[in-house]
Design a protein around this ligand. Structure first.
Ligand SMILES: Cc1cc2nc3c(=O)[nH]c(=O)nc-3n(C[C@H](O)[C@H](O)[C@H](O)COP(=O)(O)O)c2cc1C
Ligand code: SF4
Length: 386
């Protein structure tokens, strides 16, 4: 694999087999073989944290419990991300097949699609597809009913334990981990939470086999991935790309000829300046998030950072002090420097504060603020100053 950008058509391709054929064929195989296939494929979760999918399923399968759950995380709240919606609209069968295969491999008894509340309009079509799934799964003796649960409309409810809390009727606030959901998830039962794209990719691994799947990608990141492209781009949209391209190639294809920065992995990810475009390979050592926002030279990076911090301040659940107070202080701090009320050196203290938040916050929201914060301040310092 070179660093070139290569469009592929694995997850997004139209159906080429009979309904639920992949599910039916897969569940004829020994469960251990299927989990091993996923481990061999190198598939990592596409919800942002990048945990190996095969390992998650293996741990869930090892839990001894008569009741287990599979939750498809379709909360998709990361700003600039809209790829899960495309999968649910265009190839929901691949996602639902992935849930069925996961249920069979792990012994799960009930499934939920946790749907972002803004995607309610997808419910009628998804319900029709779930009826088709129910008929086909019954034919092969898989007893795995799937329900749709409409999300609570908060970014934090995409975090798997906050999501589970909200499904239990409580405030959507992250739990302490461990225990992890695979041990103690929904209603205290072992629960696999997987992103929409992870489940669709898992069913493609079962269709094509690990060897074929990992022909794509790099040593660290296997396969293909969907990217939601937005911002200053004449080609906004969702694209499936082989992992391993560098940002220079990405910008050449999706930029408007004047790109000065690319935010990869959404607001929880990193802001890459032009001078590092050819040195940065998306997904390696940075983030597996899908949101890629392009900014051209007309954009104020101060305004961009200000928007991010307003978002974090609004969406912090407030449960832990470093995140609740830290987000407010970072926002106030950059405003004070911009107005000349604080010297430019104050920005360095703010970076230190964001790094402390990474070490002391309870969940990924507070822990990831420093990614975009420090990368924007370091690379666009002159734009932050009065
Ligand atoms: C603040 C926050 C928001 C998140 N939002 C989502 C989301 O919308 N969709 C998603 O799949 N994962 C989201 N995650 C990651 C989940 O906690 C979890 O890692 C993921 O659903 C696991 O699935 P995967 O292994 O298939 O990636 C979020 C995490 C955090 C910290
Ligand atoms: S880090 Fe932020 S969002 Fe996460 S639990 Fe703490 S306050 Fe809530």
């Amino acid at each position: 694999m070179s660093n070139k950008l290569k469009r592929v058509d694995i997850i997004l391709s139209k159906y080429s087999v009979a309904p639920y054929q992949i599910l039916k064929e897969t569940i004829q195989r020994p469960k251990e073989d299927v989990i091993q296939e996923l481990l061999d494929s190198g598939l990592k979760g596409r919800g942002g944290a990048g945990f190996p999918t095969g390992l998650k399923w293996k741990f869930a399968a090892a839990e001894q419990n008569e009741v287990k759950y599979v939750i498809c995380n379709a909360d998709e709240g990361e700003p600039g991300t809209f790829k899960d919606r495309k999968l649910l609209c265009e190839v929901p069968r691949k996602v639902i097949s992935g849930m069925g295969i996961c249920a069979w491999a792990t012994g799960a008894t009930k499934g939920y699609i946790y749907l972002r509340s803004e995607y309610k309009y997808l419910i009628p079509d998804l319900e029709k597809e779930l009826e088709i799934f129910a008929e086909h799964s019954k034919e092969v003796g898989l007893n795995f009913p799937i329900e749709i649960f409409v999300g609570a409309g908060a970014y934090i409810c995409g975090e798997e334990t906050a999501l589970i809390e909200s499904m239990e009727g409580k405030r959507g606030e992250p739990r302490n981990k461990p225990p992890y959901p695979i041990q103690n998830g929904l209603h205290g039962k072992p629960t696999v939470v997987n992103n929409v794209e992870t489940l669709a990719s898992a069913s493609m691994v079962c269709r094509y086999g690990a060897r074929e799947y990992k022909r794509f990608g790099t040593n660290d990141q296997k396969g293909s991935k969907l990217f939601s492209v937005s911002g200053d781009s004449p080609n906004e949209g969702v694209y499936e790309i082989e992992l391993g391209m560098n940002i220079a190639n990405f910008v050449e294809t999706y930029g408007d000829g004047d790109t000065k920065a690319v935010q990869i992995g959404g607001v929880a990810g990193f802001c890459i300046p032009r001078k590092r475009f050819d040195k940065t390979i998306i997904g390696e050592g940075n983030t597996t998030g899908a949101s890629t926002m392009l900014f051209n030279s007309t954009r104020s990076m101060y305004r961009v950072l200000h928007n991010y911090l307003e978002f974090f301040e609004e969406e912090s659940c407030g449960q832990c002090t470093p995140c609740r107070v830290g987000c407010q202080q970072l926002l106030k701090g950059i405003e004070a420097v911009k107005k000349g009320e604080k010297p430019a050196e104050y920005l360095d203290q703010l970076i230190e504060l964001s790094r402390t938040m990474k070490l002391t916050s309870k969940c990924g929201l507070g822990q990831s603020v420093t990614n975009s914060f420090a990368s924007i301040i370091i690379n666009f310092r002159e734009e932050m100053i009065y």
